[in-house]
Design a protein around this ligand. Structure first.
Ligand SMILES: Nc1nc2c(c(=O)[nH]1)N[C@H]1C(S)=C(S)[C@@H](COP(=O)(O)OP(=O)(O)OC[C@H]3O[C@@H](n4cnc5c(N)ncnc54)[C@H](O)[C@@H]3O)O[C@H]1N2
Ligand code: MOO
Length: 400
């Protein structure tokens, strides 16, 4: 059995980012940039006022002075003349600072009358002037390739004068649930069967991470049916659930083997999720998740989310972690890396406390849905006392 880290590395090594497509800014949120965004202009394009007031020469604008009003420079209508000695030009926020001026007198610090503009508070040189290029200069890199676009990034790209952006195509993920015993929610449940929760949960997880999920019809425990459905896609990644283990109905490898499935690894030192399968069916990478619902979803968090990150071209594929104090004592671990479903709370000082649920059976979806995080226990980790530090994968923060 290989380790969780090795399994993740082998999965990531086999995947390449999807190609670029061009989308309008309105479609670009949460997409991953395929090419860097460079500024197509300098911002601000000239020295501009940061305030409503008067453009002045600082040397003249001392308290008590009365300046002659020489004109106005509203935003978008620059004043074409220059500010001479003893003069002031009316200016508004964003207006170009006229030649000759080197400070802005706030309107609140001035009194305008027939006589001119009286300075009520001495200005300082350069005050309230935003220099040309303060935000960015033409040609500067605003956003790097491999970045997931936030609302702030969209604003920055727009300010850099980009109506379109090159982003990685959303990875297409085929999801194939297998098993004679499973039925779709709302369908008639076969005798001794259960409702298929895996495909829907996985489709939601794929969507939350920026992929496009296609849920295939459920495949019976029949090699030909599994092979036909698995081969139907042209996916960037095919995810199966069920049939991963050693039972005689656990057919995934057998079924896909007929179609030239090439196995990279099977079985990892992980709980839940031991019978994970990784390989390739022709050009399509295949991640075979266990059928147990918690195993399928925990494996999806640990392996499918990084895989989606790689497929989308994200620079960072690491799973976010936080450190917490164990809410209860934890026993020594065995040879499989454990992922304990746990509640996360903060103590009075704001530190995280992670308390694993008492039952950790890999069929218990209700426990998983209520959990806030997965407490990681390394293989052979020694027992620890309540209050000692543990690493946690925060589930809600991942959108799953
Ligand atoms: N003798 C052994 N038995 C098992 C082993 C083992 O090493 N030796 N491993 C166990 C572990 S660990 C896991 S995990 C499961 C994984 O089994 P499979 O991937 O082969 O899954 P199935 O047998 O098809 O199903 C297991 C379980 O999950 C339910 N299931 C299946 N599909 C769905 C679905 N789409 N939605 C919800 N629930 C699903 C299924 O009804 C079974 O109850 O094997 C252990 N056995
Ligand atoms: O590895 Mo299995 O996923 O524990 O139930």
């Amino acid at each position: 059995m290989i380790s969780v880290d090795e399994a993740r590395e082998r999965i990531l090594a086999a995947l390449a980012p999807t190609g670029p497509e061009t989308v309008g800014l309105a479609q670009a949120w949460n997409r991953v940039l395929a090419r860097p965004v460079t500024a197509r202009l300098t911002q601000p394009p000239a020295d501009v006022s940061a305030m409503d007031g008067y453009a002045v020469r600082a040397a003249d604008a001392v308290e008590g002075a009365v300046l002659r009003l020489a004109g106005a420079a509203p935003a978008g209508q620059p004043f074409t003349g220059a500010v001479g000695p003893g003069e002031a030009v009316r200016i508004f926020t964003g207006g170009f600072v006229p030649q000759g001026a080197d400070a802005i007198l706030l309107q609140e610090d001035a009194t305008a009358s027939e006589a001119g503009i009286r300075v009520n508070e001495t200005v300082t040189l350069g005050r309230h002037i935003r220099r040309r290029g303060l935000d960015f200069a033409e040609g500067a890199e605003l956003l790097p390739a491999g970045r997931r676009l936030t609302a702030r990034d969209i604003g920055l790209a727009a300010a850099g004068n980009h109506p379109w952006l090159a982003v990685h195509r959303r990875p297409r993920i085929g999801i194939l649930a297998t098993g004679d015993e499973i039925a779709l929610p709302g369908e008639r449940i076969p005798e001794g069967g259960i409702v298929s929760s895996n495909a829907h949960a996985l489709a939601a997880l794929v969507a939350s991470a920026g992929g496009e999920a296609s849920v295939l019809p459920i495949a019976r425990d029949d090699a030909a049916e599994i092979a036909a459905l698995a081969g139907s896609g042209g996916y960037d990644l095919l995810v199966t659930t069920g049939g991963a283990s050693v039972g005689e109905h656990d057919l995934i490898q057998k079924a896909l083997g007929q179609d030239g499935f090439v196995l990279d690894f099977w079985k990892i030192a992980m709980r839940p999720g031991k019978p994970l399968i990784w390989g390739r069916l022709g050009a399509v990478p295949v991640l075979g998740l266990p059928g147990n619902p918690v195993s399928a979803l925990v494996c999806a968090v640990v392996f499918l989310l990084p895989a989606l990150a790689r497929l989308q071209g994200l620079a960072d594929t690491a799973t976010p972690m936080l450190r917490a104090r164990a809410g209860v004592a934890l026993p020594e671990n065995d040879k499989r890396a454990d992922h304990l479903r746990a509640e996360l709370k903060r103590d009075a000082d704001g530190n995280w406390i992670a308390t694993p649920a008492g039952r950790q059976d890999s069929s218990m979806l209700a426990v998983l849905a209520r959990a806030d995080g997965l407490v990681l226990r390394a293989p052979f980790a020694p027992g620890l006392a309540a209050g000692e530090m543990v690493e946690v994968i925060p589930l809600a923060a991942l959108g799953v």
